[in-house]
Structure formats: C-alpha cells, structure tokens
Design a protein around this ligand. Structure first.
Ligand code: GDP
Length: 280
C-alpha cells in the first residue's frame, strides 16, 4: 500500500503559514509524542529554519516518561527548545509559556528599554491531529476552536488573543506534497494524521501489528488475550472473536477487528507505545 495525501486545501494552508510566519515571534511546532520524527514536515522545517522554534511534544500521556525525556533531549538542540505536554490535561500552557518568554526575551527587552510593552505573537503549526486546537484551548482557558479526532478538522485562520500581551495563530494541520518516506507515512496514518479514507485500513493495521509485535510483544495478549504468532490475519480473526465482532452467520469480522486495533492504539488502550525512538 502506498500512502499519499496532499489535498488542495493543504497547499493553500502552507502558503498561508508561509505568509504569516514573518509576523510571529515564536513558532510552536506541535508533534505527536508517539511519532515525533514522522511529524516533522520538511516544508515547515524549511520555512521555520530561521525562526525561534519550540517543539511541543504533545500527547505525552500516550508514551513513557523515558521516551518523552529522550525526545525532549534530542529536539532541544541547535538553539531550539522542546517541552513535553498533555494538551488534554490542565497545565500544558503553563509549561509552554516560560519557554515562549525565553525565546522572545531579546525582542521584549529591546522594546522594554524604550518603555514599550509589546504583544508577542506565536504561530502554532503541525501535521493534522497532533492536538493544536486542544493546545490553543488550554492557553485560552476555554474552548475557542473546534477540535476533533480526525485529520482536517482545524480549518482557516484564527488569531486568538490569549492575554493583553500574547496572541496565538492556529493553523490547519498540514502535510507536504510527497510522502516519500513511507515508513513515516505509515506512522502518520497510525496516529490518525492521515485521513483513514485515503488508506486501506486492513493493510495499514497489518503493518501496524508487525511494528507493534516488535515494540510491545505483550500488547495484544494484554488487551485481547490473543497471542500474536506473526500472522496478522489469524490475529484479526482471534481479536474479532474475542471482541464479539462477528458477521451475521457468526464468522469473525476481520475488517472491523483491524480497525479496532488501530482505534485502540490511537486512544492509548494498547498501552504506552512510542513508535519512534530518539537518537539519544
Ligand atoms: P489538531 O488537528 O492538531 O488541531 O488536533 P486536535 O486538537 O483536534 O486534537 C486531535 C485529537 O487528539 C482530539 O481527539 C484530542 O482530544 C486529542 N488530544 C489532543 N491532545 C491530547 C493529549 O495530550 N493526549 C491525548 N491522549 N489526546 C489528545
């Protein structure tokens, strides 16, 4: 299966992001802690090459503390900052704000010397479904943007005034024209950053089982009581029976089982599983 997804609205969004980047004092580059490397969009990397960047490793609740620390270490290099957060829990904004202030300190000091207190601007970028809208909401203290667990929900430009001295721009989750690294594309699909409709879910889930068995051999046993012997189709049959996912005649519905495995992973029900390891 070859994964590719770059609809016209993403090309438009990339242009919008490029146009707005010069206005921002700091870039909040949101990554999913389960697959931070796959979430690095080469077009963003190029556009933000000369901007102060804070990598926000979101969904930290879905991986282990050791994985989070290793990634924060890898990402906070070359003058960039990194912080791990759980956007759905309280306190995410409080963890990010000091880094924003630090990154923008020079600009702030310059104006403070003239007696002016400037308003800082942060732009939030990331591939779809990494939790950008959720994070913006934590800054605002109430739901101001529409969030949803499917890629492509966040649309259009929304500047949000967080305080008298701070504004955030939410941007639509955006991929890049060619997903030439298909291993990364699969990771993006597993974490829900690629629309399910453009993939083949059973095939994707088969690939996922292969990776899962290497990363966490006991995951299927723990969740479904199924021992994985290397054959995904047998595993889907057993999972379907274990979960009562049956066709009318009683045969196991392997397609629904395949979808259920991915859904369970996305919601953290297979345990704390990082798909990617920091170089460390
Ligand atoms: P966006 O497309 O990047 O704006 O992502 P959303 O903010 O819409 O979030 C996508 C999904 O991820 C939603 O279902 C959120 O509830 C969920 N989500 C966001 N942050 C976290 C987090 O820190 N942990 C977990 N487990 N889920 C999160």
């Amino acid at each position: 299966m070859h994964i590719q997804w770059f609809p016209g609205h993403m090309a438009k969004s990339l242009r919008e992001i490029e146009a707005n980047l010069p206005l921002a004092d700091v870039v909040l580059y949101v990554l999913d802690a389960r697959a931070p490397r796959a979430c690095l969009n080469p077009v963003f990397n190029e556009m933000a090459a000369h901007k102060p960047v804070i990598y926000v490793l979101n969904k930290a609740d879905l991986v282990t503390g050791a994985s989070v620390s290793a990634w924060v270490g890898e990402l906070s290099q070359g003058g960039r900052a990194a912080v791990a957060v759980t956007g759905t829990a309280s306190g995410a904004a409080q963890k990010i704000l000091p880094l924003i202030q630090k990154m923008a300190a020079e600009k702030r000091a310059k104006y403070q010397n003239k007696g002016i207190r400037i308003s800082l601007r942060g732009i939030v970028i990331g591939v779809p479904n990494t939790g950008k809208s959720t994070l913006i909401n934590t800054f605002c203290g109430k739901a101001k943007t529409v969030t949803g667990n499917r890629p492509g929900v966040t649309r259009g430009k929304q500047w949000v005034r967080v305080s008298e001295y701070f504004e955030l721009l939410d941007t639509p989750g955006t991929l890049y024209p060619k997903l030439s690294d298909q291993a990364a594309a699969r990771h993006l699909a597993y974490i829900g950053s690629i629309k399910d409709e453009v993939t083949d879910i059973p095939a994707l889930s088969r690939d996922f089982l292969g990776e899962l068995s290497a990363l966490c051999p006991s995951a299927l046993k723990d969740r479904y009581g199924v021992v994985y012997d290397g054959d995904p189709d047998t595993a889907f049959e057993e999972i379907a029976r274990a979960r009562g996912l049956l066709h009318k005649g009683g045969a196991p519905d392997t397609e629904r089982a395949a979808a259920a495995v991915l859904d369970d992973f996305r919601k953290g029900r297979l345990g704390k599983i990082a798909l990617e390891t920091a170089l460390g």
